[in-house]
Ligand binder design. Sequence first.
Ligand code: HPA
Length: 275
Amino acid sequence: MTYQERILAAVEYLRPFAQGCVCALTLGSGLSGFTERASGTTVIPYGDIPGFPVSTVPGHAGKMIIGTVAGKKILIMNGRFHFYEGHAPAEIALPVRVMKRLGIRTLILTNAAGGVNTALSPGSMMLISDHINLSGMNPLIGPNDEKDGPRFPDISHLYDPRLLSLAEETASSLGIPLKRGVYCMMSGPSYETPAEIRMIRLLGGDAVGMSTVPEAIAACHAGIRCLAISCITNMAAGILDQPITHEEVLEAGRSGAARFQSLLEGIIGKLSIAD
Ligand code: HPA
């Protein structure tokens, strides 16, 4: 199958389930507990979706879940495709392009991230207002099909200003602290060195992680509005004199889960199909 044929095959397969979804939501490491907030679910392993890539990381189950949250029908990607797994850039963009053809106009991206700004602490959340892409890759590298979006998209308002305000209003009405910040993407899979974290801080990064940026760029390219939230699971390398482990990242994601889930549910409840 060609790339475009794969997109169409996935869309054909998913359309009967995904008709009328108000938004899509991608869950990051340790955040998959949110799926329990969805009712009337249809669960589709990525392996069952024709044309879809298959994810490999522990903590990323690799399932699509379509169900109702806060009265809204949504499509959840529980598990994502990371650059560090060896996926080609266009593979990471593929699910976003499928979302576009399914008529989805809003994408909420979540991730686990290391805190670079010392005002952040493990367990806190950060609303991504902008990013710095230090991964060395871009999901739009390769031939461009105008059906997916323009060759040279403007991404200066990648994180939708209206969705940023909506997230802030929701957080403040729930009493959940939520500050805006700049997310810096590194390729991983090693965590960063202390010198890299000092560099990221100098460049204006507040949090660091290994995901989200490619999906956000692909969404903007496709004309999908994007909101992204980081759960700070650890302080980035060199800030505290202790090693960073994947288990710690998963555990912190789980322990901040209740607030994170309430925030997401509140935001989803305020979205409409017209958004
Ligand atoms: N660095 C990169 N990615 C991460 C981190 C980190 O410290 N924590 C969770 N994901």
